[in-house]
Design a protein around this ligand. Sequence first.
Ligand SMILES: *Cc1c(COP(=O)(O)O)cnc(C)c1O
Length: 233
Amino acid sequence: MGIKENLSVVKKQIEDAARACGRNPAEIRLIAVSKTKPASMVMEAYESGMRDFGENRVQELVEKYDEVPKDVRWHLIGHLQKNKVKYLLEKTELIHSLDSIDLAKEIQKRASAAGKVQNVLIQVNVTGEESKFGVPKERLTDFCEAVSQFENICVKGLMTISVRDYTEAQNRAVFEELHRLFDEVKAKELKNFSMQELSMGMTHDFPAAVAAGATMIRIGTAIFGERQYPAVE
Ligand SMILES: *Cc1c(COP(=O)(O)O)cnc(C)c1O
């Protein structure tokens, strides 16, 4: 199957998952994760109407940015190193992976110099695996309070990655926990926070994410096929 067909299958599955739990499918934004795939495949998806694309490496995002129309909205979904922020800010709609105060300081500095406000999500390590990026959930409240001092950052919500071999029920529990944390942070009404987005769910676990309230779903494999070489997570 081609990208166009894959996209309609995925969209249909998102709609079915949304309807099954009484949600409006229009509340859920599909982000096509094009990491390791060429700009020609981004263009194929673009021609089928996709505008939101995700990359986990800055260099790849920046390269593809130059090769596709400017109305593409690029999402940086992977771990972001401080020294890469300067290449990214003009080119990204949303950074999904804010996970340290040092990184927030750098984004603040660059966004302020560029006279813009950068939208971000805070990545949360819900499952507590040591190998995983993200703010441990126990530290999330303190982290959010620290981030709220940065005037050129607007926190739009939270993002998480579940565990590859979890069952549907386990994934569901992870995503519901992120939703609970989202409600908790939102209730604080912090300065420079505008809590609207829950970025969760990938090819193998997105129905559980939809059921738990995801507003952004990041899907690569089901749209573009298996990746030929492992991407850096
Ligand atoms: C690669 C990646 C995805 C998409 O994964 P698939 O399993 O191919 O759908 C989603 N989110 C992040 C953070 C990723 O790195």
